[in-house]
Ligand binder design. Sequence first.
Ligand SMILES: [Zn+2]
Length: 93
Amino acid sequence: MEIKCPKCSVWTEGHPTNCTACGFDFHAAAQKRAESHPNFSAPGPPKFDFPMLHLNPNDPWHTRAGKRTVHAIQVVVMTFAGGMAWMAYWIAV
Ligand SMILES: [Zn+2]
C-alpha cells in the first residue's frame, strides 16, 4: 500500500504512520477525517426500485386484465434483460 502525503505529495510505501519525507502524521490525519465525518459509511450496492404494477383486487375486471398483461410483459422483459446480462457476464469473463 502506498500513501500519498497530503502535505508534500511524496508517496510512502508500506504501512507508514508518518511521511518519510516530511514526517506528516498519517494516522492523526485519518483520525481527524473520521471525526469530521462521523456518519460516513461505505456506499452499499445500489438499490433497484423497479416500478412494478400493483394489482388491486378491487379494480374492475378489464383493468385487472390490462394490468396483468402489462405485469406479464414486465416479467418477461426483466427475465430477458436478466438473461442478457448473465450472458454478457459470461462472455466478458
Ligand atoms: Zn510529506
